[in-house]
Write a protein that binds this ligand. Sequence first.
Ligand code: ADP
Length: 639
Amino acid sequence: MKLQSRVLILYLCIALLVLVLIGGVLPTTLHTQNLNTISRNSIDQLKHIDFALSNFIGSAKEDVLTLSLDDDVRTTDDAGFTNFLNASEETFRYSINDKEQKIIDTFKEYQTAHPYVSSVYMGREKGSFVRSYPRARPTAYDPRDRPWYILAKEHPGQVSITDPYTAVTTPDVNVGIVTPLAYPNGTIYGVVGEDITLVNLTSYISRFNMGHDDEIILVDKNGMVLTSRNSSLLFGNISDLLQDQTPTFLATDEGVLVLNGSYLMYYTSPELGWKIGEIVPFSSIERQINNSIVQILLVVLCALILLSAITLIALNYTVIRPLSNLTEVSRKIAETGDLDQTIEMGGAGEIGSLARSFKAMVEKIHAEEQRRQLVLAELKGHRDHLEEIVAERTRELSEANLHLQELDRLKSLFIASMSHELRTPLNSIIGFTGIMANGYAGEINAEQKKQLGMVQDSARHLLALINDVIDISKIEAGKIEAGVSTFNFDDVLREVENTLGPAAREQGLVLHVERGVPLSITSDERRVKQIITNLVSNAIKFTDKGRVDVSVERKGTVVEVHVRDTGIGIEKEDLEKLFRPFARVMVPGRLVEGTGLGLYLSKKLARFLGGDITVESELHKGSVFTFSFPVIYKKQEDI
Ligand code: ADP
C-alpha cells in the first residue's frame, strides 16, 4: 500500500477515534449542561411571561379603576337598576332605564376593546347588578354574596383579583378584577369589575411560544391549575400531576421538578402570587442534546477533514513526494541497473539528508561500477589474449628449459672434466709426493719430508672435496645410480673398523664396533660404508679422549647404526646447522679440519637409500649420530 494511502487511513482511524470519544463523552456532559441551560432559559422565559401577564393584569386593573371613576358608573342613583334578588327565569323581564343603558354601553364598548375580558359588571349595595350583556338565565342572584363583591369590599381603595370562581349560569371559570365604589366618607355602595375567563387567559398565555414541545401552565397559590392545554388538568389541583412533589412546588418560588416523562420548570409571579410553569418532555431536551451533539460532531469532523487535508498536503510536499522520488529512482536502478539517475535533493530535514546520502551512495556505486567495468574490460582483454599469453609463456618456458638443459649438459661436462682433469693430476701429486717423501727419488731431509707431507695432505683434502662436490652434484642432478647388491652387513662393519681403527688408536681412543650380528642387507654397499665411515671418522675427529662405539639395531625392515662418542659435543642451536653444506661448528681453541660437506653428503646419500641421519648431542659430553636405512633398498622418487 502506498505511503499516502497509509497516512490517509491512519488519519481516518484517528478521526474516527476522536469522533467516537467525543460521541461517548458528550451526551452525559451535554445532558447536564443542557438541562441547566434549558431550565435557566425556561425560567427567564417564564419571567417574561410573568411580566407580560402582570402587565396584562396591571392594565386590566387600571382599566377597572378607570371604569370605577366613570361618572355614569359611579352614579349613586341606582334604585332603578336591574336586580335579580327575587328573579325567576319564567317571569323575569329586563326593564333597563337610560342611565343603566348608558353604563351597559360603556361596559360593552370596553369589552369590545379588550378581547380577553369576558364580562364587565357592577353590583350595588341595594342588590342591583348591571352587566355588559344580559345573563344567560335570569335566575335569582344577589351580587353582594358573590366572592368578587365580598373581596372588593374587604379591600377598599384597591383593585383586587379574585380567586378563580365558577360563573353562576355558565361553566366558565373566571378571575375577577374588582374595585369598590365608595362615598367620599368611605362607605361602599357598590363594586365594579371585569371577568377574565381562564379559557381566555390560556389562549393569551399560549401566545408565548417557548420553542419546545412544551406546555405552559398557570397555577394559583392554592395549587389550582388556572390555565393548561391539557383539559384533564385544567381547574384541577396540581397535585394530580405532581403527587408528593406538590408541597415543594408550592413552597418554593422557582425550580425544576422531574415528572414522569417530562420536566417542570416553574416560577412564582411576585405580583400575582401565581406560579407559571413550563412542562418540557424529556424527548424535547434529548432532541436538543442530540442536535447539539450532531452539530459538534459535524464541526469536529469538518475540522478533522480540514486538518487531514492540510497535513496530507504538507506531508505530500515534505515527505511523501521526496520519498516517492527516492523509491522511484531506487526502483529504476533495481530494474534497469542504470545508476545514471537524477535524484531530487528533497529539501531540509531528515528526508533531505536521506536524499543526499542516497545520492552520494548512488554516485559512489556509479563510480565503483565504472571502475569495475574498466577492470572487467581489461580482464576481458586479458582473457581474449590468454591463449596468446599462454603460448608466449610456454615458448619462454621451453626456451628456459632448453637453456637449462644446455646448462645441465655443461654442468655434466664440467663435472666429467673435473673428474678427469682434476682428479688425475691430484692423484699424480699424491703419488709422486709419496714417492719423494719415502725417498724413492733421492734422499730428502726432514724439513723437506714435512713439506711434502703437507703438500700430500692438501692434495688429499682437495681430492676429497672434489669427490664430495661431484657426488653431491650427481645426487642433486638425479644422476646417481644405486649399485644394489645383497651383502653381509658385518663385513661392512669390519672394513670400517679396519680402516679407522689405527687412527683411533693413534689418538689414544677406544673404537668399539659391535660385530658378529648376522644381517643380510640388499642395498648399495659402497654408499652404506661411505656413510658409516664418515660418521665414525667425524666421531674420532671430534673426540680427544674416551671412546667411539658403533652399535647396530634392527627395527623391522629398518637397520639403525648408532655412532656414539665421548667427544666435544655440539651446542643445541648448532645441531640444525650440521646438515647444511660447508657447515662447520666453530669450537674455540680448536682447528676444525674437513670440507664441511661430509654430513651434508651423508644425509643426502642416506635419503637416497631410503633412510636418514639424526643426531643427539650434549656439549662437552659427546654425540650420538644414528644412520637408519631399509634392509631392502627401494628406489626413492624424491631425495
Ligand atoms: P667434515 O667433512 O669437514 O668433517 P662434516 O660435514 O662431516 O664436515 O661435519 C661438519 C661439522 O660437524 C664439523 O666441522 C664438526 O664441527 C661437526 N661434527 C661432525 N661430527 C661431529 C662429532 N662426532 N662431534 C662433534 N662435532 C661433530
